[in-house]
Design a binder for this molecule. Structure first.
Ligand code: FAD
Length: 133
């Protein structure tokens, strides 16, 4: 289900999804409600062009709409980027000496497993160095 009539995702992922037989796209639609009695039975859709409501029968839903960094814990302590992610330098050091951030939570151009793991390795390396000094 997508609110517009085209995807903005990277072409390699979009093409793969569009080429998959058992994936059906519902364009120009937003979810209005999950319907069911204790168990999901349908999703109420709203057509973004016409406003028309319809129910799509389903027993499962996977919600994926962007990301929100969970940085409430450090909001008043560490310097954050405009999107709420934690600013670090290339050593994964935050604005507070001795505090490191790694992975999706930090301000970074790419959020993938491999970059999160690499961040962790860098952070661990410099955290050990900080303790040694
Ligand atoms: C739908 C989707 C598909 C993806 N597909 C891919 C893919 O194909 N390939 C790829 O490389 N990457 C993919 N990613 C990105 C990848 O999942 C992330 O980059 C990676 O998981 C980041 O790892 P992380 O350890 O930084 O954060 P996370 O994996 O998000 O781990 C953070 C952990 O901290 C926990 N946490 C949060 N707040 C607190 C708190 N206050 N106290 C204690 N624990 C807390 C969370 O519950 C979570 O377990 C995908 C992401 C999504 C959402």
């Amino acid at each position: 289900m997508h609110r517009r009539d085209a995807l903005r995702a990277s072409a390699v992922l979009a093409d793969a999804a569009m080429g998959t037989e058992n994936i059906e796209f519902v364009w120009n639609s937003t979810p209005e409600a999950f319907l069911g009695d204790g168990k999901l039975a349908a999703i109420r859709l709203k057509n973004t062009q016409t406003g028309e409501l319809s129910d799509l029968a389903t027993d499962g839903a996977f919600v994926a709409v962007g990301i929100v960094p969970r940085t409430e814990l450090v909001r008043d302590q560490l310097r954050l980027a405009a999107d709420g992610s934690i600013e670090t330098n290339e050593r994964m050091e935050t604005s507070v000496p001795g505090v490191f951030a790694a992975g999706d939570i930090r301000s970074t151009p790419l959020r993938q497993v491999v970059t999160a793991c690499a961040d962790g390795a860098v952070a661990a390396t410099y955290a050990i160095e900080a303790v040694r000094v």
